[in-house]
Write a protein that binds this ligand. Structure first.
Ligand SMILES: [Zn+2]
Ligand SMILES: [Zn+2]
Length: 317
């Protein structure tokens, strides 16, 4: 079994992460122009031919691109999204319709496990962000041994954490979470007041302090040595500094898991990849206790039919 988790790009100008499992390639978000995303794939030794599915966290413009939907159609790559997100994409660009008509759109639902390739199960859980709905994902790989061989938690855009999210990420090997801004830098910035309030709100983005609190809570809940890697996502170019985020992350891990590796993802180059393998002590990891496997919150008739209002400046985070 070979598996690898690599952030190709992260930040308000575009987001994409590649999860590779036994030759199956999954993109989490596709928020770069198809040509640039192809170059990022090439930079990590992959290509569009290595991509077999895309799963979308939400529909803000830094998480998908119309040219990339056209690329998915050309390459016959399916797109997984929440039905309300698909409804939004249908009104947002010309390349969705050909993808949909080619039967390349798939749906996921809040709390419902989804097997993307044999052994790889994704659990989407809704988070608070001003593109509704937005999801965090937990990926577990089952190799037939006790419990999952490895697990990854991914939450790239969220305004506040929750007990549900801490539980979802319990015992992951890789915790990938946004460390968006330094609250002090955000408040001192020259950005318009409405944008500062939007970023700081419970439907905006996590500050370094909030993300560190989440990291600490997950580490406390996860069992000795988990997570082995913290991957910091979606850093603001203007209102954060990689040094500040990294130091907040290291401090958060100091009590429960000081030997964890911290990787601070970048906008302009792929981050260092993480190889995923079954650890000898994998069976000792904590697992989520209360993942809600309830029916989706939406009924089909209630799906959004109007495009989401574009929040002025939402691309700046
Ligand atoms: Zn974003
Ligand atoms: Zn967003």
């Amino acid at each position: 079994m070979t598996a690898r988790f690599t952030v190709l790009a992260s930040g308000s100008s575009g987001n994409a992460t590649l999860l590779q499992v036994n030759g199956f390639g999954l993109l989490i978000d596709c928020g770069l122009h198809a040509r640039f995303l192809g170059a990022r794939l090439a930079a990590v030794g992959a290509s569009w031919k290595s991509v077999h599915a895309v799963i979308l966290t939400h529909t803000h413009g830094d998480h998908w691109r119309d040219t990339t939907l056209a690329q998915l159609r050309a390459e016959n790559i399916p797109l997984y999204a929440h039905p309300a997100q698909l409804n939004h994409l249908a009104t947002a660009g010309p390349s969705f319709d050909p993808l949909h008509r080619a039967d390349l759109t798939r749906t996921y639902a809040d709390g419902q496990p989804l097997e993307l390739t044999p052994g790889l199960v994704c659990r989407p859980v809704r988070v608070s962000h001003d593109s509704d709905p937005t999801f965090a994902f937990r990926f577990d790989y089952h190799d037939g041994g006790d419990g999952p061989a490895w697990a990854v938690g991914h939450a790239s855009d969220l305004g506040c954490a929750s007990e549900e999210l801490v539980d979802l990420f319990a015992g992951v090997d890789v915790l990938a979470v946004e460390y968006n801004h330094c609250e002090r830098m955000e408040r001192a910035s020259s950005r318009p007041a409405f944008l500062v309030e939007r970023v700081l709100s419970d439907e905006g983005h996590l500050s370094n302090r909030q993300a560190a609190d989440l990291t600490r809570a997950v580490a406390a809940r996860s069992g000795p040595g988990f997570p082995s890697h913290l991957v910091q996502l979606h850093l603001s170019r203007d209102c954060n500094h990689p040094f500040l985020a990294e130091s907040a992350g290291r401090n958060a891990l100091a009590e429960f898991n000081p030997s964890a590796v911290v990787i601070t993802a970048r906008q302009d180059v792929p981050a260092r990849g993480v190889t995923l393998t079954r650890r000898p002590d994998a069976a000792r990891r904590a697992e989520p206790q209360s993942i809600p496997f309830a029916a989706p919150a939406f009924a089909p008739s209630a799906f959004r039919t109007q495009p989401q209002p574009v929040l002025p400046g939402f691309e700046v985070a």
